[in-house]
Design a protein around this ligand. Sequence first.
Ligand SMILES: [Fe+2]
Ligand SMILES: [Fe+2]
Length: 249
Amino acid sequence: MLTNLRVWLNHFEYHAEQPRGAPGGSRGGLRPEERRLIARSIATFQLGEQSDGTGLLRAAYRFATAHGDELLPRITELFIREEQRHARLLREFMDEHGIRPKSRHWTDAIFRRMRRLAGFELYLHVLITAELIVNVYYRALEAATGCQRLRVLCRTLIADELAHIGYESELILELRARKPAALRTGIRLMHRAFYCGAACAVWISHRAVLCRAGHTAAGFLRTCLEQYTFHLDPPAGWSAASAAESRRR
Ligand SMILES: [Fe+2]
Ligand SMILES: [Fe+2]
């Protein structure tokens, strides 16, 4: 059984009851030139946030049944709702500024196909790949605009995504620690390679926004890898229990 699911259930229930405030503020703060710069990029991320989550929920139920983690399906439901809220917040901003939504994008299609491939553990790896990169992207989007409404929206999303990263990384590291050392290393290397590929794909599709925020291709990849190392390659001696303990303190 996974160790800290009760803590995470409390977290997601609290935020379901008290969602972080939807940012208000001036609707006209986005300059036409900024709107042109971000429109397609933000629409792609809005598409990525949007999912009915049925595949993930099904995988969570299967995993919970097999391992006796009965809190996992409820946590997963609340997590999916939080992501759907992100999609709604971004869509509201886009509608206010006349930005058309997207119904498909090749990077989104790759993530969706990967998630369908296997069970809950693979889902977690694909999800955290997106969460870590999205976190770097929202920081860049915040830096790339002078629109106060969009900056507050980015900070709101980042706050939620950081908790998602904490939750998913804790589960991944706990599950990884149960495997033999050679398998652990293999999974780590494959995931890191997939992560680098995903970061490169995001750079190709969103470089206009990322460049405006001051990133170069190498700098963006380095920032993404720093995030990966911090959350998924912790120093030797780290354990999920010790991380949760330090988080509680
Ligand atoms: Fe999100
Ligand atoms: Fe997230």
